[in-house]
Ligand binder design. Structure first.
Ligand code: GLC
Length: 458
């Protein structure tokens, strides 16, 4: 790494490096990148955790901005933050049971509050009534359960005195003169230094960090993007500290091929595998249980276990990862509604996780049967048919003849017999074609959220 940086310095003196050109420190072959991301592509499923003092108002992590709360008024949450029931071992056990393989936790959200004992600010958990670092025990607990650890870090900061006001800032006003006056003493250079120092802490104090979720850019007039963050320099610094780290695409470097590792569709399901400049790219969709990321007491738009299981299947079926969020309460626990969803996922994953891990989109040569979704494990050569609506006795697999040798239900490894010699004109096979296969299913749907049929391919 050091060598690369020196090379860049030497180069930099003579050559102009355009934004699109890969700087020397970021050079990596396609194979190297795939290798770096191999665990992530395999694991598919992670837990997002949004936690901070906004759990106290319990009405969205953007509450400060949504309600234009002043620093003085927001201080009451800092003064009352005391998660006495915090036990990250419980969280980690639940995440592992649900089949999640990594965790990404908010170390600082847009309100600027830090969950670790940062040396460069007083606005941190160790100065609240709770008084202790939250991050170290969390990292330890999740690692002990075998999960990898990632950090979310907000580029936006509504508390820092040098962060210039803009139209997403809680102190924003229509009065342009007032805005200009408020921004006069705010110095982005100092804020950039602060971010770099904080990221240095986060990437040196907790051992290997596997994913970094930087959030977010809104370039343009009155906004902030790669110029304001000095994204290239920040990313170079991050990679020098943790060369293996997997970084999201919210630094506003989407115009480059080297300034991000994966794209981040948020709170919607892409219709197909996302592409950038015509190429399929690694993607991780982040999703909530109920709409808000931080704990929201009065939100009643919770997704059902079924919807969440289908969301995980659908994400995998399009070659993506699912980062599913929990917003713990201010006492430091997951509330009942979150527990219920995690338990439902755990029940399904216990029997079906091999249709998720190591799986991706099925080759086009496999048609998707009616009311089903497909996932595919290229290494094991297995195809998984996720049956969303259980049909009566027969599942028709169009054009599957000769493509697989054995079929079973995944929840109990019970054989599924199948018909390949389709008799033309028989009254039970109606329009089926000679190259089709009919799976002979039990009439009773297996008692699982989404039944899965495993095909062992030829
Ligand atoms: C958005 C929101 C934020 C949330 C994030 C998760 O950018 O600003 O509250 O943390 O998405 O991806």
């Amino acid at each position: 790494m050091k060598l690369c940086i020196t090379a860049l310095l030497l180069l930099g003196a003579t050559t102009f490096v355009s934004a699109q050109e890969t700087p020397a420190w970021a050079k990596e072959t396609k194979a190297q990148k795939e290798e770096r991301m191999a665990w992530w592509t395999h694991d598919r499923f992670g837990m997002f955790i949004h936690w901070g003092i906004y759990a106290l108002p319990a009405r969205h992590e953007w509450v400060k901005r949504n309600e234009h709360i002043t620093d003085e008024d927001y201080a009451k949450y800092f003064e009352h933050f005391d998660p006495d029931l915090y036990n990250p071992k419980e969280w980690a056990v639940k995440a592992r049971a649900a089949g999640m393989k990594y965790v990404v936790v908010t170390t600082k959200h847009h309100d600027g509050f830090c969950l670790w004992d940062s040396k460069v600010t007083d606005y941190k958990v160790t100065n609240t009534p709770y008084g202790k670092d939250l991050i170290a025990p969390l990292v330890e607990a999740f690692r002990a359960e075998g999960l990898r650890v990632g950090f979310y870090y907000s580029l936006i900061d509504w508390h820092h005195p040098d962060f210039p006001l803009d139209n997403v800032h809680p102190a924003w006003t229509r009065d342009t003169e007032k805005m200009a006056a408020a921004n006069e003493k705010r110095d982005m250079n100092r804020y950039r230094k602060y971010m770099k120092e904080q990221l240095t802490e986060l990437l040196t104090m907790y051992g290997r960090i596997d994913e970094l979720f930087l959030d977010f850019s809104y370039p343009g007039e009155n906004g902030k993007g790669h110029n304001e963050w000095n994204s290239e320099d920040l990313l170079k610094h991050i990679r020098s500290l943790q060369p293996q780290i997997i970084v999201d695409n919210r630094l506003d470097l989407d115009h480059t091929d080297w300034g991000w590792d994966f794209v981040t569709p948020e709170q919607f399901m892409p219709q197909e595998w996302p592409t950038v400049r015509g190429q399929r790219v690694p993607w991780e969709t982040c999703q909530t249980f109920s709409g808000s990321w931080g704990y929201y007491r009065d939100e009643y738009s919770w997704k059902s276990v079924h919807q969440l299981v289908v969301m995980l299947i659908e994400t995998t079926s399009k070659g993506g990862n699912l980062l599913l969020n929990v917003g713990p309460t201010a006492r430091g626990v997951f509330d009942d509604r979150a527990d219920e969803r995690l338990e439902g996922l755990a029940r399904w994953m216990k029997f079906h996780d091999r249709s998720i891990y190591g799986c991706t989109e099925a080759p086009e040569t496999f048609a998707v049967p009616a009311n089903c979704m497909l996932t595919y494990n290229p290494e094991k050569k297995r195809l998984y048919i996720h049956v969303l609506e259980w049909p009566f006795k027969s599942l028709h697999l169009p054009g599957y003849k000769g493509k697989f040798k054995y079929a079973q239900l995944l929840n109990d490894d019970s054989e599924i017999k199948f018909t390949t010699n389709i008799e033309q004109g028989s009254h039970t096979t109606e329009n089926s074609k000679a190259e089709d296969v009919i799976l002979n299913l039990p009439v009773q749907r297996p008692n699982v959220e989404v039944p899965v049929i495993e095909l062992f391919l030829e």
